[in-house]
Design a protein around this ligand. Structure first.
Ligand code: ACO
Length: 323
């Protein structure tokens, strides 16, 4: 059968680093409070000229170079983002143009922090369905542009960045030992809208708006939702937590990551954590973490890797793949 196999990875971060100590000068907070509650020590913030599309294009170029491919080899671009350069056209089309690509097709997926998991599952469907041979799947965000920088309960949590994977259609035997995406499990429930949302939009206020969050409420639901979709992936493939080489979670908060790993019996040595340096980069956090751990040699070909995320909506989901 055809599987979508990871062929390359790449990442891009803004130039400017904003530490917790820098934030102490902007709002009434402390490095100690932020580290203890979230595990975040610093985040990257987009400067002038750096946008979701520019960071996404840089990550895409890095992923293509890592794969030994050029834009000519790609026929699909999916960008997961909630902070597009423009309301339309899609950031994916903007990136397509920046890559000098005039063939194939490109579109955005909007599932907030779960966006990359949704985009991977979507690309997998197109590849297995025969509509694409090689896809760039990009998570790119500039959440700094939708934060209320006077709200200490949210502005300390988020950062900017982008990560990308090249997925390639590859004939595999159709077994759990196959390389590529083995299964995806996606969920959403719109009744949780008020717990994490942006208070503006083209069709309501005509403005971009700012991120609003009931942190405790998000925290309360996160671990249960995350573990449910991971268990669904195990059940669909007949695998268990012991078979996993790596858990690469959405990087929202160290306590959520540790709570989920503990509930599933996954030791923290098998969990990729980058929230300390990147903060929460929403849809970019998983591909940034993947690029970090594959780049430093932790994730190797043949490793069984679980991706998971939960975010605004609520949306949540998992993707189980063999690298
Ligand atoms: N610095 C210092 N004090 C603060 C800050 C801050 N940045 N923010 C809030 N506080 C204060 C509050 O005002 C409150 O003070 P009070 O007791 O005098 O009223 C106190 O700290 C405790 O506030 P809580 O909101 O109850 O703090 P909590 O322990 O719940 O931690 C946090 C807040 C970190 C947001 C936590 O709820 C959390 O991690 N939630 C998950 C949210 C998340 O990760 N969202 C990311 C987006 S969703 C996703 O990606 C999955």
């Amino acid at each position: 059968m055809i599987r979508a196999v990871v062929r390359g990875f790449g990442a891009a971060l803004p130039k400017q680093v904003l530490t917790n100590h820098d934030l102490e000068k902007k709002v009434d907070t402390s490095d100690e409070w932020i580290v203890q509650r979230t595990g975040i020590r610093q985040r990257y913030i987009a400067g002038e000229g750096e946008t979701t599309a520019s960071l996404g294009a840089e990550a895409a170029r890095a992923a293509l170079a890592n794969a030994g491919l050029t834009p000519d080899d790609i026929d699909l671009i999916i960008v997961a983002t909630s902070t597009p350069d423009n309301t339309f056209p899609a950031t994916a089309v903007n990136i397509q143009n920046r890559l000098g690509m005039h063939h194939g097709f490109a579109f955005d997926v909007q599932a907030v922090c779960s966006g990359f998991v949704y985009a991977m599952a979507t690309a997998d469907g197109y590849i297995r369905g025969g509509m694409a041979k090689r896809a760039l799947v990009i998570g790119a965000e500039t959440f700094s542009r939708i934060l209320d920088w006077n709200d200490r309960t949210t502005c300390v949590l988020f950062g900017d960045g982008a990560g990308a994977l090249v997925l390639e259609a590859t004939e595999q035997p159709g077994e759990t030992s196959d390389r590529g995406i083995l299964t995806s499990s996606l969920r959403s429930d719109g009744s949780h809208k008020e717990k994490l949302y942006v208070d503006g939009g083209p069709s309501t206020t005509g403005t971009v708006g700012h991120l609003r969050m009931e942190g405790r409420e998000v925290f309360k639901h996160a671990v249960g939702m995350i573990t449910d979709v991971i268990i669904a992936a195990f059940e669909a493939t007949g695998t268990t937590a012991d078979d996993l080489d790596w858990l690469v979670p959405h990087q929202a908060n160290r306590r959520i990551i540790e709570g989920s790993a503990k509930k599933l019996g996954i030791p923290m040595e098998k969990v990729v954590v980058t929230v300390d340096v990147h903060g929460n980069t929403s849809a970019a956090s998983i591909p940034l973490a993947l690029a970090t751990a594959a780049g430093d040699g932790r994730i190797k070909q043949g490793d069984l890797v679980m991706l998971e995320a939960m975010g605004g909506g609520f949306t949540w989901g998992s993707v189980l793949l063999r690298w």
